[in-house]
Write a protein that binds this ligand. Structure first.
Ligand SMILES: Cc1cc2nc3c(=O)[nH]c(=O)nc-3n(C[C@H](O)[C@H](O)[C@H](O)COP(=O)(O)O)c2cc1C
Ligand SMILES: CCCCCCC(=O)C(=O)O
Length: 393
């Protein structure tokens, strides 16, 4: 295994020791502020910004903040636990790291640093098709449960090869992302002049470079409908085909409409991740926490439902689970921690979230993940202002 010294980080300013930096960081938001100060503007833009006007990206966070929690008292939660079983495996908490391209933009060890932190914190990591460290190298060095995020490729043989590589490398599940047949409209990146630097490359796809000689971006003057990726865009039949090609559990990521649940289940998938890609694809789609209950109802407990988008606090996790999610994925904060303090920063982000989750559970009277779902910690009546008094009578 490559040695990764957690303290080594080019991004930490010379006037602040790592200890000082970490001592001043109280919550995930502090990492965000610090990462923004440290990263070049164009890199920050790519890692942080939502598509177009960033409306959905803001809504994801705002919607979670706007949901009031309704805690229960005097329930005795000593010996509580955040543990759960997901797809037949034990997880220490309902937190996973969302798939994100190019961790090397945030830190020179990229996904190796992230996976080291994930292992230390017993947190599942979803490795992107567009990781900057190869899926095999991440797996060789990992101590965390790994899932592989797969973009269905324009050529079936490439998709098959990626599936085989993930299986052989020991990944435990495939996450098929379906909300990004082309790149979202990245106005902020355009303004900041973002271009991928040489150290951040889609290395997993390099063996197929000759067949994949194009990006997801739409060139000026080109009709979007004529883009080669649109011509090769996957459909439900592609997903059903993919599920038949692997023995691994397959989760579909990017569903937000309950009408898409039945077609997805018909394909034989094993889980759903409610996601709008952190608001990075189609701007103006609803916040994930708003659409979550509709999906959960449509699924009816046939497969696990996970959710991501805007989770910045342990209480956000409680809100998602109270609305029916089995687990959550966290995106940008992981990259913020990575940019500020490498693997230590990521581990700290995960630690902060886990601690906040446990504090929130204690203060809500929830001793287990099941309790969070069953205690009525969120209630639609809470949104009717005065009606809450009537509800309590
Ligand atoms: C920089 C960045 C790169 C991303 N790359 C991918 C990707 O390669 N595949 C994918 O399915 N989702 C990708 N996503 C979306 C995340 O998996 C996730 O849905 C989203 O970040 C969750 O929202 P949050 O960042 O507010 O937590 C990316 C997100 C970011 C911020
Ligand atoms: C064809 C879409 C590729 C997007 C890859 C990276 C990503 O998911 C993101 O930037 O968000």
């Amino acid at each position: 295994m490559k040695e990764i010294a957690p303290v080594q980080n080019d991004n930490i300013p010379p006037d602040a020791s790592l200890t000082e930096t970490l001592a001043r960081v109280a919550c995930l938001r502090d990492y965000e502020v610090r990462a923004r100060q440290l990263l070049p503007r164009a890199i920050w833009s790519y890692l942080q910004c939502g598509a177009a006007d960033g409306i959905t990206s803001r809504w994801n966070e705002q919607a979670l903040q706007d949901l009031p929690l309704w805690p229960r008292m005097l329930r005795g939660v000593a010996n509580g636990s955040t543990a759960l079983e997901l797809l037949g495996r034990h997880h220490a908490s309902p937190i996973l790291i969302a798939p994100m391209a190019y961790h090397a933009l945030a830190h020179r060890y990229g996904e190796l640093a992230t996976s080291q932190a994930a292992g230390a914190m017993q947190t599942g990591l979803v490795v992107s098709t567009q990781s900057s460290v190869s899926l095999e190298e991440v797996a060789r060095n990992a101590h965390a449960p790994l899932w592989f995020q797969l973009y269905i490729q324009p050529h079936r043989e490439i998709t098959l090869d990626l599936i085989g590589r993930a299986e052989r490398a020991g990944y435990q599940a495939l996450v098929v992302t379906v909300d990004a047949p082309i790149q979202g409209l990245r106005n902020a990146d355009q303004r900041a002049g973002f271009q991928l630097p040489p150290e951040a490359r889609p290395v997993n796809l390099e063996p197929y470079a000759q067949q994949l000689n194009r990006t997801g971006a739409v060139e000026p003057g080109q009709s979007v409908f004529r883009h080669p990726l649109v011509a090769a865009m996957p459909d439900w039949a592609s997903l059903a085909w993919l599920v038949r090609q692997t023995s691994l559990p397959v989760l579909v990521k990017g569903l937000i409409h309950p009408g898409d649940v039945e077609p997805a289940l018909d394909c034989g998938i094993d889980g759903i991740i409610v996601s709008n890609h952190g608001g990075r694809m189609l701007d103006g789609v609803p916040a994930t926490v708003h659409v979550l209950p509709g999906i959960v109802a449509a699924v009816g407990q046939r497969v696990p439902v996970l959710v991501d988008g805007g989770i910045r606090r342990g209480t956000d996790i409680i809100k998602c689970l109270a609305r029916g999610a089995d687990a959550v994925l966290v995106g940008r904060p992981v990259l913020h921690g990575l940019a500020v303090a490498g693997s230590t920063g990521v581990a700290h982000v995960l630690h902060l979230l886990r601690t906040e989750l446990e504090m929130g559970m204690v203060l809500c009277g929830a001793a287990s993940i099941a309790d969070i779902r069953e205690l009525g910690l969120l209630d639609s009546r809470m949104h009717d202002g005065g009606a809450v008094h009537a509800a309590a009578r």
